[in-house]
Design a protein around this ligand. Sequence first.
Ligand SMILES: [Zn+2]
Ligand SMILES: [Zn+2]
Length: 338
Amino acid sequence: MTTPSSNENTVLDLHDIALLLNYERASTEPRFRYTKLREVAQPGQDFRTILTPASEWHEASVPRTGFVFEKSTPKTSKERDEPDLPTNMLAPSPSPAELALTSTQLETYYWQARNHDGCFAAVALFQNFMDLFPASARIRVRTLESPGKTIREYTSSLQDRCILEFNLINPRSMNMSVVLHNSKSYLTGCTPSSIHAVIGFAEPGSGVDVILDLASLQFGDVGRGFRGKGLFVLEPVDQYENRLDKFAEQNTFQDLKMSTRINTNTTPNNDWLKEVTKRAKRRWDNRHNAHWCGHCGAPPRDHDLKRCGRCRKAWYCNAEHQGAAWPFHKHFCADGGK
Ligand SMILES: [Zn+2]
Ligand SMILES: [Zn+2]
């Protein structure tokens, strides 16, 4: 039995790690654990099944989307171990047909809710995970230049990264998730300014040139990476700067705060994040035996993942997830015609 993680030549692929961390984070997110989606208030609509006391909701001047979640109690150990996923997030009633949501909408709403205030949790998780690797480990950064035709790829040291905190002023959308039974509600985009933390990476000898934003979908579909299909953002810094304009009217890119580490002891739900870190590390160590989906990071569950027929080096839950990952993967698919 080899221990790949202690190998001197360990190379962590940033895209693959991001998939893994986000899947493990979202599928057990404590605020939404065992909740089912019962209602969606689309922009221009109000909630039908609840009265919301939040004045921010009523006074919103930007498009707002609302979600009502219901907590369910797992009865068996099988139910307790079941991850929360976009595919199992609908309450039995009303029926999916009544809500008339597409699988892409469900996916967006799933990530929007779970990424509420999620940027620091994501940054903390990334830091926890990287702390499990030796200082000699390397990180491979793969991204696409606009308009997605040129590959930028490099390998740098784990230390060649920093945390960037942007101040987003006047958000362009609002969303609110109400969790019934514990009467909690979570509002994104309701304050005139908010701090958004992401991770920056640098090619050896240069400044920060690539941004990883694991919580980008809290702003809805405008937070989708990889040609509007991905579930997080991994892109050159100039593209990310343009993207920030979609999140908020203004962002203080000029005087942003930079740091190398955050104090995870003050991160909410730190014990849960430690558990997530351990699970992700176990899966990473076992990566040659059990792969994960190149779109959503899911492990093989009821059935094996399907392999990319061209390179045979990428795996997907199904054809839909393969299609969603293709705008990124096609540039790295071994037989991609390059
Ligand atoms: Zn998938
Ligand atoms: Zn391929």
